[in-house]
Structures are given as C-alpha cells and as structure tokens.
Design a protein around this ligand. Sequence first.
Ligand SMILES: [Zn+2]
Length: 572
Amino acid sequence: MVLGCLLDGESLVRWLALCALAALSCALERGRPPPTADLVLHNGKVFVAAGSVSTAVAIRGERVVAIGEQAERLIGPSTRVVDLRDKLATPGINDAHCHLGSGGLSMLDVDLRGASSLAEVESRVRAGVAHASSGEWITGRGWDQTRLPASELGPGGWPTKSVLDRAAPGHPVFLRRVDGHTGWANSRALQLAGIDARTADPDGGQIVRDARGEPTGILKEKAQLLVASAVPPPSPQKLRRGLLAALDLASRTGVTSAQTEVDAAQLAIYRALREEGRLTVRIYGWLPLTLQTVREFEGRRERAPSGDAWLRLGLVKAYADGTLGSRTAYMLEPYADDPSTRGIQRIRQEEMDALVLAADRAGLQVAVHAIGDAANREALDAIERSRLAAARRGARHRIEHAQVLDAADIPRFARLGVIPSMQPTHATSDMRWAEQRIGRKRAEEGAYAWRKLLDARASVAFGSDFPVEPLDPVEGLYSAVTRQSRERPGTPPGGWLPSERLSMEEALALFTAGSAYAEFQETEKGTLEPGKLADLVVWDRDLLTVPPDQILRAKPVLTVVGGRPVYEASRN
Ligand SMILES: [Zn+2]
C-alpha cells in the first residue's frame, strides 16, 4: 500500500516485474530452479490481449508470472494444473457500467422482465405478495410496455394502476420500467406518496393522467421520486443479501471487476465483505455528481482514483437525460414517432458545465449519462469547456451509453479523450423500436455506433448496465459481434446496422482492456501479461472460433480473481 502511494500504477508494475526478474536470476545463480507457480492453465488457448494468443498462463500469488512455454516450466509438485483443451482462457470480464446494488436487490424483487400480458404481470406480483409481510411494499422492475398488447394499455400507451390494485389490494406496489426511467404504482402507493389529481408535475418529470385528470399510476423520470421517496430503504441485511447475490452472479458469469453505482450503505457492506474475505469482484464505485460529493472528496484530499485493487472510488456521475424507450432521451430534433417532444433535458447546460468543472478541478473522473444526441452534445460541450478552464489532461471523463450521436460529435470523443462507456445489449434490445423513435437516418448516422467510434480512435469501454440488461457478458459479446436478437438468434439476417459489428477479439478487448483503461487500471488488469493481476475466466468453448449461435451458450468453467478461484463449475 505504501508503495502504491509512492508509485503510479505503471511504475508499480515495472517494479514488480523487476523484483520477479531479480528473484529469478538469484535462484538461477544458486543453481536452484525458479519458484514454481501456484496455478498453471495449459494445453489450450489463452487470449492474452488483442492480437496475442498463447497456449498457457502461470500464476503465482495474485499475479500472472508467465505465459506460453515459460509458464509450463513453472509447473512444480504443488502447482495446480488446469487442462484447457477445447476451452479458452481470457482476462476476467470488467463490466464498465452496472448497478450491483439495485441489481442485487432486484434479484430479491418481483422480476417483470419478459412479461407479455397484464395477466402475467398480475400473477408475478401476486407471487411477490405471497412472500411479503402484511402491508409491506411490493417493489419490482423490468416491465416494458412495448411487450404488452396495445389493447391492454391505457392513456399515453401505458399500463394503469388497476391491475396492480387487483394483484395486491393490501400492499403499496411500485414497479420500475426495464430502463428505470418510468415507474408504475398502484392506488395504495400513490396514496402513501400523497399523489392525487391536484398534484402538479414536478420539474423534470410527469404524472400521466386519464381524461378526468386522475393519475393513472405511471410516473415518468423525476415524478418517480414522489413514490420512490415513500418506499422505506432496504434494511442493511437485505442490501447485503442482494449484493452477495449479485457478486455470486458475477463470478458465475465471468465478471471479475465491476464499475458500479455505490452509496454509503453499499460501501460499508463492500468494506465488511472485504474484511471477511468475501469480496470476490473488484469494485470501482461511482457516486452522484453533486457539489456536495465534490466537496467531500476535496475534504478527504482524494483524487481519482483512490483506494486499492479491490475497492476504489473517484468516479462521479451526472444525468443529462432519460432513455429512448421512454422517449425521455434528449434529442436535437423531435422524435420520429412523437413530433411533440425532443425528450427531457435533466440538467441545464450551465448547471452541467458547473458540475463538470467542479469535479474536474477536484481531480475526479466524471461520467455523464447521455443517450440522446442533444444530451451527448451537452456532455461533450461541458467537458470541452472544463478542459479549457481547468487545463487538466488525462482526466478520462466518460459518457455512459453514448447511444445516439450526431455525426459531428463522433470525432470529439477521441479529441477530448472522452471514453464512450457503452453496453452492446442495449443495441440488440432497442433495435425492435429504435428506428421508430429516431428514424432510419439518425440510426445510421450514429446509433450504438461503437465501430464508428473505434474508427475515430475513441477508447471504448463495454459493460452491461445490469439490471437493465443481464449481467452475463456473453449476451453483450453476442450483441457486439452479431447485432442480432438474443431472443430470436439470427434475426435480423446480417444484423441491425451491420457495419457496426465487431470481431469477437475486439469485443473481448473492450470488455477487458477497454474497461480497465476507463478506470485507470490498464497497467494492473485487462490483459494476461506477466506482472498483471491474475483475474481470468476459463470458458467452456473457444469463443474466438465458435459460430455466433454458440456464443450465447458459452459458460465459465472457472473464474479466478487475484489468483484465487471464486467459481468452479465442477464444484457447483
Ligand atoms: Zn446504468
């Protein structure tokens, strides 16, 4: 730790490599073989880094010490040896954008993903009621009105509170849409939140109403807060159960690092789990970008990133807009399927500029949630102005999602050193309706345009946005490589906007090295080069060569973090 403070990451790795070399030459001089490895994976294929494949990798302690033939030579009597035949070892997946806290809780909540009728919603809510105590809040998420029959929808094309009143008459119910930007409440929840026909729409939000002005139960954007603030926070025990469920899911799916939303309660749990030796995923947490957060970091004299290889802070996140699904993404031109709106701008430009500049001056890394082309421009403008004012370089500010870009803004990412932190599953979930929202021309110009961003030399990072999308990275890899449906693989033929497809090698690199760069950890992880942390996954098939339809079936057989197996299929 002391060294970690004195040296930056790169010098530390070099220093460690020198130590390893010194130990090796020392052992050779005395005529003894070098110390053997704790774990060697061999006889197969090791994806070391983009453009570099090997046959073996050796690990000692928490680090990779050798690859290829050199790794074989480190096999000793006490080395655990794993046969990689027909399998593929890759660096551990680093999910650059997820919400492990809410995702973990959602694993304990009513799950409405895929529900395609109100009857199905009703029966899933009823099942949640069966496990709840009397009068307890029923919370859930994952519903998507575009999957429900139009005949079952009410005002504005949204479902209404009546089905939830039927399903849970004695409980307040609050269900978030799959993107988290629209809420669906029943009458009891509206009553507890004090919402009725006289309640005005809050700033940056909307209460959907019927012809008589009565709230229908649908709350958009900031209007959700009216109900959400009436929901009692989860107990620390429940939050811990949720996080453990999410960490377990991560290990099972090959995720060894997560860049995730955190709050004080979650940080306390991560610290406790670490003490107990139960933290199995490396965490880079983001806090909300407010002037208060910035002042707190300044007070502790913490710059980005602070912490150690297991738990780090320094990322602060602001929201520029909503989502395309809810038509709250902030667009330069009106929506193609609703010309009355350009979406919702969540923060005025001046306010965004001030926040980014404050964080920049405090040495923090900024992440701006931006989906629409106007929101992306707003974020890029704020970062550009801050760069001029603070004259800071290498800040690696990021735009989360960067979903719809105006062509003129694509080259600005590389020029300003802004990282597009993207989620390939969003493209293959949204392609069902994205062109209705924005039309063909805008889609071709810059929708989910990771290939165009790479060609413009941007450093792209990949993540899942769990629980909006599954945490399982094979879903993202498949989406990036095929741009085809995960529910109906092979459609549309050739993929949606196929010129944006990546090779598997490129997609893996963005989920590993790309994400590591996005959190200032490229000298520590993201590849399996000697000296790096031994975070890796062994997949049950060779992702680099299997036909696309097999990608979704790939599963980890072994997940290793810091040299320690955290998941083994054979032991489950
Ligand atoms: Zn997110």
